[in-house]
Design a protein around this ligand. Structure first.
Ligand code: ADP
Ligand code: MG
Length: 240
């Protein structure tokens, strides 16, 4: 579904992605892990064109999204993204946070958007918060709203950039549980995370980045039990 072919990304003189190639199949869940500054966020942001790769190609469903003529708006609509900080609209209720884009961008009727939004709030366990404002929610609740808000656009791919890193420990599980449910439902997902147990349990594959290179691309059992590279061994010793 997603083919990443020799992408590089430089910011001025700094080359942060140094030729990354991999593929993500439909329904596959890939965890991207690695040290801080290794290029994880940049790689994720290239997949939905928040960053434009300096060279190389990304092909989604046969369409080269890195082609200068590609329709960026249309590509982004197929890809949901959830960030560490939730970026909810503070002046809108939870329900309106969810219905805003489908109404404005997709031209969905208000009734239909609200019906869909309510289904998704139920799915993330927040039916009772439809009329609340974000400031009244806990971090875990905000992140679950952010996930529901992405899903309301019916993306084919969901990208997560450290979705639980800003949360108090007791709220991490409720967000990971929602993500696990989404994975079980067959969503194609790429997740930057430091939650190693979650990655081991939920991901189909681990991408380990170091210094802008894809150092390991392996099944979780292989990566966690038999890391091939010295870099991955050192990293795992530190985080486990
Ligand atoms: P990670 O998510 O693995 O911590 P990032 O992809 O955020 O790593 O960053 C990789 C490197 O690229 C870092 O050295 C970071 O400072 C640099 N970088 C990221 N975004 C920019 C930017 N917009 N301008 C300049 N440098 C950037
Ligand atoms: Mg990052």
């Amino acid at each position: 579904m997603i083919k990443i072919d020799q992408i590089t990304k430089s910011f001025g003189q700094l080359e942060v992605l140094k030729g990354i190639s991999t593929e993500i199949g439909k329904g596959e869940v890939v965890a991207i892990i690695g040290p801080s500054g290794s290029g994880k966020s940049t790689l994720l942001r290239c997949i939905n064109l928040l960053e434009v790769p300096t060279s190389g190609q990304i092909i989604i469903n046969g369409q080269a999204i890195t082609d200068p003529k590609a329709n960026v708006m249309q590509i982004r609509q197929q890809i949901g993204m959830v960030f560490q900080h939730f970026h909810l609209f503070p002046h809108m209720t939870v329900l309106n946070n969810l219905t805003y884009a489908p109404i404005k961008v997709k031209g969905m009727s208000k009734d239909k958007a609200e019906q869909k939004a309510k289904e998704l709030l139920a799915r993330v366990g927040l039916s009772d918060k439809a009329d609340a404002y974000p400031s009244r929610l806990s971090g875990g609740q905000k992140q679950r709203v952010a996930i529901a808000r992405s899903l309301v656009m019916e993306p084919q791919i969901m990208l997560f950039d450290e979705p639980t890193s800003a949360l108090d420990p007791e709220m991490v599980k409720e967000v990971l549980d929602v993500m696990k449910g989404l994975a079980d439902s067959g969503m194609t997902m790429a997740i930057v995370t430091h939650e190693m147990r979650f990655a081991e349990e939920v991901a189909d594959r681990i991408l380990f980045l170091d210094g802008g290179r894809l150092v390991e691309d392996a099944a979780p059992a292989d990566f966690f039990q038999r890391p091939q590279s010295e870099r991955a061994k050192q990293f795992l010793e530190k985080v486990r």
